[in-house]
Write a protein that binds this ligand. Structure first.
Ligand code: BMA
Length: 938
C-alpha cells in the first residue's frame, strides 16, 4: 500500500534570498475527472497516467513494467488521453497572507491547463516546454478559507483536433504532415511523439510534469531566480564562425528573476575548479545591465587560465562551479551556482578552402564539429525520449544509459527534435561524461503554423530553453527541427509546386527569422542550423529579414562536391551491405534498420501466449510503419515492417526453426538483431573510412540509441537498459582504431582498411589469417600475407590489403573465414601519459553470407570464476557471433559480446553490473551461444 503524506510545504534555502518560496512538489494532491467519476491521489511532478497507475486504476502498480506498457494499452488507454483531468492541491499551509506580492511558478505544465487559485481564475497555459509565472497577490487577498490550487488539464488530443477544425487554421498540401497515431500534433506545443511515432506508443499524457512553487515578496530587493543563462565564449566569437582560440574567455552571466531589484545592483562572480577547488576568478561587477527582469554581468578570464572541457576520448571533462550573486550594498539579493566548463564547440559549415583542396578534400563546404578548435570524428547515435512519461525517468536510469553511451565509445548524441528538451540533470550527466549533446527544438516531420500567437508561443519556449541549458559544456548545437529541409520541404514541393514558395517562406519565417536571432541573442557559444539534415548555408547576414540563406539543393551539381550531412534509410535489405549505395557526404546524422528486442524485454510487457511474430499484440506494437491515424488495427502497415525484418534475416542468416515456440521466437528476435548490427557496422566503417576520403566524412550518428518501450525499433539499448547486439557491435566499430573489410560485390574486389580517429599518426601490425570454419589454417593462407606493418594518419584511413576474392585459392568459399587482427600504438587526444596506448581490433570477412556457411558446432564452454568475477568462453571450432546472455532482473553489459572466437582461444570477460535485483543470483543464469545455436537445440 502506498502512504499518502500531508502536502509538504518546504522552504527552499540557498538559491534565492529575501523572499519566501513554497515548494508544492509532493504527494497529497488529487487527480479527478468529473465526467468519468474518478478521483485518485496525485502528486507533483506527475502525469495523469502515472497517478492512475499508482492508484491501480489502469493496471497493477506493483508490477512496474506491466504498467501502462502492457499488451495493447497503447490503444486501450486512449480514454485517458481523450479526457479532461483536474489536479487539486490540499490546503496550502505556510503562505504569508500579507506579503506584498505572491507568484505561482510552474516549470512545466503538460499542456493545456486552466489555473485556479482559491477558486479564482488565474490564467491558462498552452505550451509544455515553457516556464510560466502568475501573479496571485490579489487572489490570495480575496481567498476565503484555506488556499488551494487547481489545474484543469484539457485533452490535448481533442484540443489539437479542435484547432485543426477551425476554418481559420492553416492547412498544408495533402500527405506532407507526418501522422503517426493521433493527428494534428503540429498545432500544439507538446512533445510531438506523445501522439505516436514509428518507434513508440501514443499515450498523450497530461499533468504538472515539472516542479511548482509559490514565491512571496516583501518589497524591493526580493528576487526569485527563474532561469540563469551562463554563456562562456572566446572574445569576439560569432556563432557561425570558427572561434579564435587565442582570445580570452568571456563569462556572461544573466539571471531572469521575479520580484524587484534596487536601481543599481552589483554582481559578484566566482569561478572555482570543481576537482581542485582552486579559485579561477572572483570579481565584483559594479556595472551590471538591468533589462526587464534580467540582470547581466560579465567577467573576462585569461585565454589559457582554465583547464579545458573535452568530450569523452579527447581529454578530461574539467568542470567549474560558477557562483553568481546579485548584491546591493553588500547584501546578497540572489545567488545561483551553476556547474559549467570552458570549451568552444563549433559546427563548421564554411566553404572548403584552397588549403583543404590542396590536402585532397573535395570541393563544397565543410560540415563537421570542432571542439576547442580541433576537428574530430563524431561517433554516436540519436536519443529519443527514454520513456513515454518523463516524471518517471530517474537520474539513476539515465546514469546507466549515459554510462552505456561512453562504454559504447560514443562521444555525441543527437537529442532528436520532438521529444522534449532534456532536463538539466541529463545535461549534467553528459557534462560529467563528455557526451556532446546536439540539441534540437521540438519540431519534426511536419510543416508548422506561422500565425503570430504560435510564433510568440515558440519564441518564449526557445528563449527559456536556450537560456536554461546554455551553461552546459555538453551542449553542442541547436537545430531547428528534424528532417524539415531534407524531407518535408521536398515533399511539399512535390505535393503542391504552386504553393511551395509560400511554404518555404513560412519555414524560413519560423526556423530562421524567428528562432535564429533568439539563439544568437541568448548564446554566443552555440552554432544554429534550422534543420537536422541540410546542405549548409550560402550566407549569414544578421541584418537581413532572413538572416541565414540556406543552400538547399543549390550546390554545384558536379560530381564530387559535398555540402552537408546525410540521413539514410533503405529498407530493401537486398542492398544492405552494398556500400556503393551508402550516402557520400560530410557527416551522417541518421541511418538504421529496426530489430526485435530480446525475449527478456518482451516479457516485461507481453504475455507468453502472445510471443509470436504474428500475434496481434506483437504486430500492433510494431509501429514501423505507423498506423497513420487513430486506427488501432492497421495490420497492413505493421506487417510490412515485420516482413522487412524477417526478409532480411532469411536473406543472410540461418533461419531459426525450433520446436519450442518461445525458443523459436527468441532465436528469431536475436536473428533480427544480428542483421541490424551487421548493417550498422557496415555503414559505420564506411562512414569512418570517409574521414580519409575526398568527402572528409567526420561523423556517424545512428538511429537510435535507446527505446521508449518494449517493441521492434531501431534501438541499440532496450527499454530497461539491456544492450541489443547493435550496441556491442557499435562499441566495437567505434573503437579509435579499426580494421575493416570492404567487399565490392560487383567486382569481387576486397579491400582492407585501417581507420583511426586519433589526432596523431599511429603505427601497428595487422595479422590476416584465413582458416576454414573448424579453425584449420587454409593452405598458404590463401595467398594472403599473414602479417604486415601499417601507419595510419590522424583522422585518416589507409588501405592495407587488396585482392580479388574470386581469384583466391579457396577450395570452398562457404568454409572459409578471414580473421583480421590489428595491434597499434598511438596517443589518445590530450592523453596525460607520454607512453603510447596500445589499441587492438578484430574484424572478420567471410566470402559467403552467414546462412550459406558450413558451420561446425563450436561446442562452446562457459566457466565462471566467482572470485575474479569473470566468465571465460572457449570454442572447439570457429564461433561466430558468440553471445553471452544474462537473465532478467539485472541490468548491465558484458565487456564484449557477439564476437568471433577461434578454437584454442579463451575469452575472459566481466559483466559490468549497473543494477541488480537478483541479489547476485543472475550469475547462475548466464549462458553462451553462437550462430550455430540459432538453428539447433530448443
Ligand atoms: C527519421 C527520424 C525519426 C524516425 C526515424 C525512423 O525519420 O528522424 O523521425 O523515427 O527516422 O524512421
Amino acid at each position: 500500500m502506498r502512504l499518502w503524506h500531508q502536502l509538504l510545504l518546504a522552504l527552499i534555502p540557498g538559491t534565492t534570498l529575501g523572499q519566501t518560496v513554497l515548494d508544492l512538489n509532493s504527494d497529497g494532491w488529487t487527480v479527478s475527472s468529473k465526467a468519468l467519476n474518478i478521483s485518485v491521489p496525485g502528486r507533483v511532478p506527475s502525469q495523469v497516467h502515472l497517478d492512475l497507475l499508482a492508484a491501480n486504476v489502469i493496471g497493477n502498480a506493483t508490477l512496474p513494467y506491466v504498467v501502462c506498457y502492457h499488451g495493447l494499452n497503447d490503444f486501450n488507454l486512449r480514454w485517458v488521453a481523450d479526457s479532461n483531468w483536474t489536479y487539486t492541491s490540499k490546503p496550502i499551509e505556510g503562505l504569508k497572507p500579507k506579503s506584498k506580492s505572491s507568484w505561482l511558478v510552474f516549470n512545466g505544465l503538460d499542456t493545456f491547463a486552466t489555473i485556479k487559485f482559491c477558486d479564482q481564475f488565474i490564467g491558462t497555459t498552452d505550451n509544455q516546454f515553457r516556464q510560466y509565472t502568475f501573479d496571485i497577490s490579489d487572489a490570495l487577498k480575496h481567498c476565503k478559507g484555506s488556499p488551494t490550487i487547481s489545474l484543469e488539464f484539457g485533452s490535448a488530443t481533442k484540443i489539437a483536433n479542435d484547432i485543426a477544425a477551425d476554418p481559420k487554421s492553416q492547412t498544408w498540401p495533402a500527405g506532407v504532415q507526418g501522422i503517426f497515431e493521433f493527428p494534428n500534433r503540429w498545432f500544439i506545443r507538446k512533445e510531438q511523439s506523445d501522439f505516436g511515432w514509428d518507434w513508440g506508443p501514443a499515450f498523450s499524457p497530461a499533468g504538472p510534469w515539472q516542479n511548482i512553487y509559490i514565491a512571496q515578496f516583501e518589497g524591493e530587493g526580493d528576487a526569485y531566480v527563474l532561469n540563469t543563462d551562463i554563456d562562456i565564449y572566446r572574445k569576439g566569437q560569432i556563432n557561425h564562425l570558427a572561434p579564435d582560440q587565442t582570445q580570452p574567455w568571456i563569462v556572461n552571466a544573466s539571471i531572469d528573476y521575479l520580484g524587484s531589484l534596487p536601481k543599481n545592483p552589483s554582481m559578484a562572480i566566482e569561478i572555482k575548479e570543481l576537482e581542485s577547488g582552486k579559485l579561477l576568478k572572483s570579481e565584483s561587477i559594479d556595472k551590471v545591465v538591468l533589462s526587464g527582469n534580467t540582470v547581466i554581468g560579465t567577467v573576462i578570464v585569461d585565454a589559457d587560465a582554465p583547464n579545458l572541457w573535452w568530450p569523452a576520448g579527447m581529454g578530461k571533462q574539467s568542470l567549474y562551479n560558477i557562483t553568481v550573486k546579485v548584491q546591493s550594498k553588500d547584501r546578497d539579493l540572489a545567488s545561483v551556482t551553476k556547474r559549467s566548463g570552458f570549451r568552444t564547440i563549433f559546427l563548421n559549415r564554411s566553404n572548403i578552402t584552397e588549403e583543404q583542396l590542396a590536402q585532397g578534400i573535395a570541393p563544397g563546404a565543410n560540415w563537421h564539429f570542432e571542439v576547442n578548435g580541433r576537428e574530430f570524428y563524431a561517433k554516436g547515435s540519436n536519443l529519443i525520449p527514454p520513456d513515454a512519461f518523463w516524471p518517471r525517468v530517474t537520474e539513476a536510469k539515465m546514469q546507466r544509459l549515459f554510462d552505456a553511451v561512453v562504454a559504447g565509445n560514443q562521444n555525441m548524441l543527437r537529442v532528436w527534435a520532438s521529444g522534449s528538451y532534456l532536463p538539466d540533470f541529463m545535461y549534467d550527466l553528459a557534462d560529467e561524461r563528455g557526451i556532446l549533446l546536439w540539441s534540437e527544438f521540438q519540431f519534426s516531420d511536419a510543416l508548422y503554423p506561422t500565425d503570430q500567437p504560435f510564433l510568440d508561443n515558440v519564441a518564449a519556449e526557445v528563449v527559456y530553453n536556450v537560456r536554461r541549458v546554455n551553461h552546459h559544456p555538453s551542449l553542442a548545437l541547436w537545430a531547428g527541427g528534424n528532417e524539415l529541409e531534407s524531407l518535408m520541404l521536398p515533399m511539399a514541393k512535390d505535393a503542391d509546386p504552386e504553393s511551395y514558395p509560400a511554404l518555404v517562406g513560412d519555414y524560413e519565417h519560423l526556423f530562421i527569422s524567428l528562432i535564429l536571432p533568439l539563439v544568437y541573442e541568448n548564446s554566443r557559444s552555440i552554432s544554429y542550423m534550422p534543420s537536422s539534415t541540410n546542405n549548409g548555408f550560402l550566407e549569414v547576414d544578421l541584418s537581413a529579414p532572413v538572416p541565414m540563406t540556406e543552400r538547399y539543393d543549390n550546390g554545384t551539381d558536379a560530381k564530387g562536391h559535398y555540402y552537408g550531412d546525410a540521413d539514410f534509410y533503405n529498407y530493401d535489405s537486398s542492398t544492405a551491405f552494398d556500400f556503393s549505395g551508402y550516402p557520400v557526404n560530410r557527416f551522417t546524422n541518421e541511418f538504421g534498420y529496426h530489430s526485435m528486442p530480446s525475449l527478456q524485454t518482451w516479457r516485461q510487457a507481453v504475455d507468453d501466449e502472445d510471443l509470436d511474430f504474428n500475434s496481434s499484440t506483437i504486430l500492433l506494437r510494431n509501429h514501423h510503419y505507423p498506423a497513420g491515424g487513430p486506427d488501432t488495427h492497421n495490420f497492413k502497415n505493421t506487417t510490412k515492417g515485420m516482413d522487412e525484418m524477417t526478409t532480411a534475416v532469411k536473406r543472410y542468416y540461418p533461419a531459426p526453426s525450433k520446436a519450442d515456440p518461445i525458443g523459436n521466437f527468441s532465436a528469431w528476435c536475436h536473428a533480427t538483431q544480428l542483421f541490424q548490427a551487421d548493417m550498422y557496422k557496415s555503414e559505420i566503417q564506411f562512414y569512418r573510412r570517409g574521414s580519409g576520403m575526398p568527402e572528409r566524412q567526420l561523423g556517424a550518428l545512428y538511429w537510435q540509441l535507446e527505446d521508449i518501450w518494449q517493441a521492434p525499433t531501431w534501438a541499440g539499448i532496450e527499454y530497461d537498459g539491456r544492450w541489443k547486439v547493435l550496441h556491442y557491435t557499435a562499441r566495437d566499430i567505434f573503437k579509435p582504431i579499426i580494421v575493416s573489410p570492404f567487399m565490392d560485390t560487383k567486382t569481387g574486389v576486397l579491400s582492407v582498411y585501417v581507420t583511426s580517429d586519433l589526432w596523431e599518426v599511429a603505427h601497428g601490425t595487422v595479422n590476416l589469417t584465413w582458416t576454414d570454419l573448424s579453425g584449420t589454417p587454409i593452405t598458404d593462407n590463401a595467398g594472403t600475407p599473414m602479417t604486415s606493418q601499417f601507419s595510419v594518419g590522424a583522422l585518416n584511413t589507409t588501405r592495407i590489403y587488396e585482392t580479388n576474392v574470386t581469384n583466391l585459392p579457396l577450395d570452398n568459399p562457404q568454409d572459409a573465414i578471414l580473421v583480421m587482427d590489428i595491434t597499434a600504438q598511438g596517443h589518445l587526444p590530450n592523453a596525460e601519459s607520454k607512453t603510447p596506448t596500445t589499441f587492438t581490433h578484430r574484424n572478420q570477412f567471410t566470402p559467403a553470407f552467414a546462412k550459406d556457411l558450413e558451420l561446425r558446432d563450436p561446442q562452446l564452454k562457459l566457466s565462471h570464476d566467482s572470485q575474479a568475477g569473470t566468465f571465460t568462453v572457449e570454442a572447439s571450432a570457429v564461433s561466430l557471433y558468440t553471445w553471452l546472455d544474462y537473465p532478467a532482473g539485472v541490468v548491465g553489459y558484458f565487456e564484449d559480446n557477439a564476437f568471433t572466437l577461434l578454437p584454442g582461444e579463451k575469452r575472459t570477460l566481466r559483466f559490468v553490473v549497473q543494477k541488480d535485483e537478483t541479489g547476485g543470483k543472475w550469475v547462475d543464469g548466464v549462458s553462451v551461444r553462437s550462430l550455430w545455436d540459432q538453428t539447433t537445440g530448443v
